[in-house]
Design a protein around this ligand. Structure first.
Ligand SMILES: [Mn+2]
Length: 307
């Protein structure tokens, strides 16, 4: 599209400058909520910055998958959410809007803090029953309380397992490295799932990730699988714009290799959460978040159509 593309794109606030959502098979949806964070707020502004960063990706074919998601994709805009409400009211609003969208589309959600994944899994459960889960994160998100409250952005994985929304043996966590008591950090493993810590993945990239990819593929099999990617899975060098950064994380190359090689799994939805633009530098975080979502979408669209 050449230089004219930028004038066109700058007028759009939609992911990859896609059209408004009508009957496209894939939908991007923003969830501008950060009321359940532990540390620094700001992820409510994630969706708009990821969309803006995505504009540079909409002008050609993905170099590995050879497709563009543009004509397959609509942007539903941001969810309408109650402001300053109790978390459960926000979650009810997320769940009902997600349910309606999932009726018609394969959805990718842009967070928002990680507490939104629980209502997304509740909505997904109505469509698919319990699903496999691939969870990129620096944190286990299996704490049993949120500083005295029952729920927050660090409890949703525990709650999802307790509610039977995900299959524990087909739950895979990748990139964990934060401090925390052992019972929380290893909860998924104790339930029969797989944890690949950031330390486990040190020094592995490209072909070095092959054994890890084989292990994940074998465990998940053909079960419908949800992907949730907390941007803090990456090292702050690659994604500084997040509320709870943890040094020693994955590189963007490691994450993209994993997403590319796991694309054949039976994915039924994705979210990318915890992008907090106020702490970003040089738009590193919004750029890599847009690339992650683009890679997921291209990987799915390159496969035979599947809802
Ligand atoms: Mn998280």
């Amino acid at each position: 599209m050449g230089i004219g593309h930028f004038a066109y794109a700058s007028n759009s606030n939609r992911f990859l400058a896609s059209a408004a959502l009508t009957n496209q098979p894939y939908a991007v949806v923003g969830i501008p909520f950060d009321g359940a964070v532990t540390n620094r707020p700001g992820a409510r502004f994630g969706p708009q910055e990821i969309r803006r960063a995505s504009l540079m990706l909409c002008d050609g074919l993905h170099p590995l998958f050879g497709v563009s998601p543009l004509t397959h994709l609509g942007d539903a805009g941001d969810m309408a959410l109650p402001n300053a409400s109790a978390l459960e009211l926000v979650r009810e609003a997320v769940e009902s809007q997600a349910t309606a969208l999932m009726d018609k589309h394969h959805c990718v959600f842009l967070g928002g803090d990680h507490s939104v994944t629980l209502p997304l899994l509740r909505a997904l459960h109505r469509h698919h029953g319990a699903v496999a889960l691939i969870h990129f994160d620096a944190h286990c998100d299996t704490w049993v309380d949120h500083f005295g409250e029952p729920s927050g952005h660090g409890t949703w994985t525990y709650e999802a397992i307790q509610e039977g929304l995900v299959i524990p043996a087909k739950t895979v966590q990748i990139g964990l490295r934060s401090s925390g008591e052992r019972a929380a950090r290893e909860y998924v493993q104790d339930q029969g799932g797989l944890i690949l810590t950031a330390r486990d993945l040190r020094g592995r990239d490209g072909q070095g990730l092959a054994p890890v990819i084989a292990q994940i593929r074998e465990r998940v099999g053909n079960t419908p699988c949800y992907l949730t990617l907390d941007i803090d899975c990456m090292d702050p060098a690659f994604a500084p714009g997040t509320g709870t950064p943890e040094p020693g994380g994955l590189s963007s190359s490691q994450v993209l290799t994993l997403l590319e090689e796991l694309a054949p799994l039976h994915f039924v939805g994705m979210d990318c959460v915890e992008v907090a633009p106020a702490y970003d530098h040089a738009e590193l975080t919004s750029n890599v978040a847009a690339s992650v979502v683009w890679t997921y979408l291209c990987g799915q669209i390159a496969k035979p159509a599947r809802m």
